[in-house]
Design a protein around this ligand. Sequence first.
Ligand code: SF4
Length: 237
Amino acid sequence: MIPAATSPATLRVARVLTATEAEGPGLRMAIWVQGCTIRCPGCFNPQLWASAGGSDVSVADWSPAILADAVAAGVEGITLLGGEPFEQAAALAIVAAGARARGLSVMTFTGYDYADLRDWARHRPDIADLLTHTDLLADGPYRADLVDRERPWIGSTNQGLRALTDRYRDLEFTTVPDRVEVRVGADGTIAVNGWGDVDALDALLHDLGRRADQPRSTYLRLPNSTSASAASTPAPK
Ligand code: SF4
């Protein structure tokens, strides 16, 4: 079903990583938006389904500031993921256009099929604009029964990985490895993003355990991210 149109003035953001090598080609700023009505079984980010989470930001104020951070960090592009970017298409089209105007590439993840998006774009300028300002599109719902072990970044074989402009037309997807990134904050919090198979994640977590003096506490705390156990299931965003 076609997503409802939303305001271009406000964006509900869940998380921003200024520079990551795990969410698309090269070094990128990753922007997770809050809210997704598609709700694929096995989704990697169910905490991003509810539209009530995250923070509302003014696109007019936030977009230039966040894109200045991206340029200062030396990234080659931004990645829009979620949550569902096309359920906030009008606001994200402005962010994406701003990125392109600064020479940055745009990769967008969506649980909608590209064929449907193109069809809807004929009478929905917000969807058309976000497609226009996307260089690389990962599309389609995650299917837990069709796990993709060949291509990077995406979760299942039914999903598309499409160069919509020349920028990534020649990218050899099969030569790009999946990555898992772990960040430890000054306060001891740990955040994880990226993609890894079960063996890689088991190896990553092998030496971690629960403190004996805090038997009911959770040893790993992953703010705005996934739990350690959920991380063993790959998914598209
Ligand atoms: S995998 Fe993506 S499209 Fe599917 S429910 Fe999760 S956030 Fe939504």
